[in-house]
Design a protein around this ligand. Sequence first.
Ligand SMILES: [Cu+2]
Length: 141
Amino acid sequence: MRFTRNNLAVLTFICMTPPAFAATTVNVVESGEAGGPMTLTLDQSTIKAGETTFMVHNDAMTEEHEMVLIKLKSPDQKIDVVAAKHRVNEKQLKSLGEVSDLKPGADGQMKAKLTPGSYVLLCNIKGHFEAGMHTMLTVTK
Ligand SMILES: [Cu+2]
């Protein structure tokens, strides 16, 4: 195959175009009332690395929630709950930020630049992690 000047121009353009760069948005819904089961769900569990916006909605009627973003050292890293406090010890974990004090019905958001790896999103209000408010997020290249 012989390249004409036009072909080369097109090839050069393709080679120099970086991979599509689009910020990812993850929608997070938190739900559950005091004394009952609680949930923290994502609209996608695997995303590409890069600039990420978490849009967090507290769907509870009366309960305040929060969302803490944690990067794990490995996919199977255990997160311990401090029994006496009914909370996770955030100081032992790598937190990348949080949306705190989300009132019932309220929305919040946070941005983070995510590198490939395993992440956990959780609510660390007393008792909420144990009630079910945690979920995994996998970030790929
Ligand atoms: Cu909560």
